[in-house]
Design a binder for this molecule. Structure first.
Ligand SMILES: [Zn+2]
Length: 133
């Protein structure tokens, strides 16, 4: 059950018009102070409203909350993809011929990536433990 601010007394719990006076009657014989317990919420200031079906947007939000956000591609996979890219580029250069020499940076990056891979492999082997080689 949901609750909302009482629309009759606007969350005050009291109204200046006695509850037994019809809504479209603006004149009545006042018996005093002028404040009466709200006839809609009985002074509770809030009223219960039935549960409503959530909007479709809310449902999508709830589903998204349950799923973790998209993470990262594993670093090893990323490096392996990069190595494949470099090797393919080298092959393309070689196939075209002598006018295109493979840049030194590519070799450097390959070496560097190779080191990264072996470091990751070492870590994996240590973490996993007992890996039979
Ligand atoms: Zn009220």
């Amino acid at each position: 059950m949901l609750y909302q601010l009482c629309p009759k007394c606007n969350g005050q719990g009291i109204v200046s018009k006695p509850p037994w006076i019809a809504g479209d009657v603006n004149e009545w014989i006042s018996s005093g102070g002028g404040n009466y317990v709200c006839g809609v919420c009985n002074g509770a200031k809030i009223i219960a409203v039935p549960n409503q079906e959530p909007e479709e947007d809310m449902l999508v939000d709830e589903i998204n909350l349950e799923k973790p956000p998209l993470g990262l591609m594993p670093r090893k996979l990323h490096i392996e993809n990069r190595i494949t890219d470099i090797l393919n580029a080298m092959i393309r250069y070689v196939e075209v011929g002598k006018n295109y020499s493979i840049p030194d940076e590519w070799y450097d990056e390959l070496r560097s990536l190779g080191k990264d891979i072996s470091i990751i492999n070492e870590k994996e082997n240590n973490d996993g433990g007992g890996k039979v080689s």
